[in-house]
Design a protein around this ligand. Structure first.
Ligand code: ATP
Length: 257
């Protein structure tokens, strides 16, 4: 993918970055800018995600949510800064980010359709030993009993909601430090939303920090600790769910008055 922004991080003198473990900040973007040719997708964005938090980026289509996820995961060039555990992601690189515990569950889910639940989960834990894989699978099956009942079922024959559970489950097999969930509730029925929602607390209890993008503002307000509202690539509001619920603009534009 071609983008026309330069990564300011490349110009930063060596040794100026915080080292991993210095603070409880897991992901931090400062003055982040991303463009696709002439289209600017993120402009001057500041976002902080601290350990143990569920932070949600909400906003309408085209607000820049997926762009933020892809930039944090090291897929896109950028201006400004985005650091994972104190290290500029452009320097760390995609593969190393995964090795260090950043796991990205994309909007498209990216499952292996002709493989069953067991094998999709097994691939999420690839390169771990059998005992670790089994322990993580048990955690996933406890979180999502519908997957447990469908261990032998091919991913492509599962419902959208079940596929979403499998995508989240497969991400968890990588034992994430930071789990990026890009619009996990998109197109799902309320009953499935509930299953996804109920999985969030045990995931955080396991020591995982969550960055969640959502168009479903009600879902984010219910389940996130802090929220950023993006519009046209800019954060136009930021705060706790209680703060945002009391905001007239949010109420009128996103909660139907
Ligand atoms: P949605 O909720 O619809 O997924 P989003 O908030 O995730 O939207 P992005 O997908 O990040 O928004 O898109 C932000 C802007 O960047 C949009 O204007 C979009 O058209 C543009 N954009 C995204 N990906 C590309 C690309 N590969 N090439 C060109 N423009 C892109």
């Amino acid at each position: 993918m071609s983008v026309d922004t330069d990564t300011d991080a490349d110009e930063e003198p060596a040794g100026t970055e915080a080292t991993a473990g210095d603070s409880d900040v897991v992901l931090e973007a400062e003055d982040l800018e991303v463009s696709y040719g002439k289209v600017t997708a993120l402009r001057g964005l500041d976002v902080t995600v601290s350990e143990g938090e569920i932070v949600s980026l909400i906003g309408p289509n085209g607000a820049g949510k997926t762009t933020f996820c892809n930039t944090a995961s090291g897929f896109l060039d950028y201006g400004g800064s985005v650091r994972y555990r104190g290290q500029e992601v452009a320097r760390v690189g995609q593969t190393e980010l995964v090795d260090r515990g950043m796991v990205h569950c994309t909007e498209q889910r990216d499952l292996f359709g002709y493989m069953d639940v067991e094998d999709n989960l097994g691939l999420g834990g690839y390169l771990r030993d059998d005992e670790v894989i089994e322990e993580r699978k048990e955690f996933v099956y406890e979180l999502f009993p519908r997957l447990d009942e469908r261990r032998e079922q091919n991913a492509r024959s599962m419902s959208g909601g079940e596929q979403q559970m499998l995508a989240v489950g497969r991400a968890l097999m990588g034992d994430p430090d930071l789990l990026i969930l890009d619009e996990p509730t998109l197109g799902l029925a309320p009953v499935i939303l509930q299953d996804i929602a109920e999985a969030l607390a045990p995931i955080v209890e396991r020591g995982v920090t969550v960055l969640l993008t959502e168009q479903n503002v009600t879902f984010a307000l219910k389940h996130a600790d802090r929220i950023y509202l993006l519009e046209n690539g800019e954060a136009v509001r930021e705060g706790t769910p209680d703060e945002l619920k009391g905001d007239d603009y949010i109420r009128e534009s996103y909660l139907g008055g």
